[in-house]
Design a protein around this ligand. Structure first.
Ligand code: SF4
Length: 92
């Protein structure tokens, strides 16, 4: 099993063809939360967003979508911008 060392995800189990956010955003832990929370100014300020992600039932789909679509900004699927850049290099 290949698990990323920065976040607890087995990249091989992520959905290969994740559906777009409008298909699942109403089930998300962040639904209705101020979007600014998910676009912190620094990595150090990402804690509140990551807390929501930690309780989110669709985290893997969210992360798969962000990786597949090269979402560069904000917190997606329990990852910060820096963490996703590292993951992108793994899946490239
Ligand atoms: S994983 Fe995080 S950013 Fe993605 S839908 Fe869930 S709470 Fe929102």
């Amino acid at each position: 099993m290949r698990t990323d060392r920065f976040v607890e995800f087995d990249l091989q189990t992520l959905p290969a063809n994740p559906s777009p956010p409008d298909m699942w955003q109403e089930k998300a832990a962040c639904f209705g939360i101020d979007p600014d929370v998910f676009f912190p100014i620094s990595e150090e300020e990402a804690g509140p967003a990551l807390t929501f992600c930690g309780a989110c039932k669709i985290r893997e789909t969210c992360l798969a979508w962000a990786l597949k679509n090269g979402e560069r900004y904000g917190v997606w699927g329990g990852t910060t911008e820096q963490q996703r850049r590292r993951l992108q290099r793994q899946v490239a």
